[in-house]
Design a protein around this ligand. Structure first.
Ligand SMILES: [Zn+2]
Ligand SMILES: [Zn+2]
Length: 207
């Protein structure tokens, strides 16, 4: 069992009075983490408004729980840390724990920007969604892919592809000749096998 006090002090095998004292003396904007092994911990953050954030993780992000700060007091934090120290299952019933994944999903829905579906702009002489030109600009910054350990230059929209189209644009993502496709475009050629990037079996490594 290990107690991390705001990354400034670490106690191995803390006892109950260490825990009690550390919670009592926890300054605002400081945190405490009590962990038993990697991924298993209870942690608190003393918010600037004086309330406490409290989280409990049991090995994975699917089993990461938190409580509403407005519903708990410093005594609840003390109790939660003591129960974790004893590895008591009562910790789970002590408070109204909410899965972190659920809380994040709710926030994601609430915070999703409202994009008007009819917002169109003219770019390269064609109409497209208002946020798409930025996607095209961003795509030009990605000049190569790391694939199977090899760094390979991306294949831009070539002169012959789309010949005959008045604007000479990619029919899928709207880039001009010599520009790179917006990643995910089904007309982008794979630099590794020369097949269609979204369909071939090559993998892009995460770099
Ligand atoms: Zn394209
Ligand atoms: Zn490929």
């Amino acid at each position: 069992m290990r107690l991390n006090i705001n990354d400034s002090e670490h106690l191995d095998s803390p006892n109950e009075s260490d825990i009690q004292r550390s919670v009592e003396h926890l300054g605002r904007e400081e945190f405490l983490v009590l962990s038993s092994e990697a991924g298993y911990f209870v942690q608190t953050y003393h918010n600037s408004d004086g309330s406490f954030a409290l989280e409990h993780r049991l090995g994975s992000s699917e089993q990461h729980y938190l409580v509403d700060s407005s519903l708990i007091t410093v005594d609840d934090v003390q109790r939660a840390f003591r129960l974790f120290l004893r590895q008591s299952a009562d910790l789970l019933s002590l408070l109204d724990w909410q899965p972190l994944s659920l809380v994040e999903d709710v926030q994601r829905v609430d915070e999703a920007p409202q994009i008007p579906v009819d917002a169109l702009v003219e770019y390269h002489g064609v109409l497209m969604a208002a946020d798409w030109p930025q996607e095209i600009e961003d795509a030009q910054e990605i000049r190569n892919y790391l694939m199977h350990g090899q760094r390979l230059s991306r294949v831009p929209l070539s002169a012959h592809v789309g010949a005959g189209e008045p604007a000479g644009l990619c029919q899928e993502c709207g880039v001009q000749r010599a520009q790179f496709h917006v990643p995910g475009c089904r007309h982008e050629q794979c630099p590794r096998c020369q097949g269609t990037l979204v369909e071939c079996s090559c993998q892009i490594d995460v770099d």
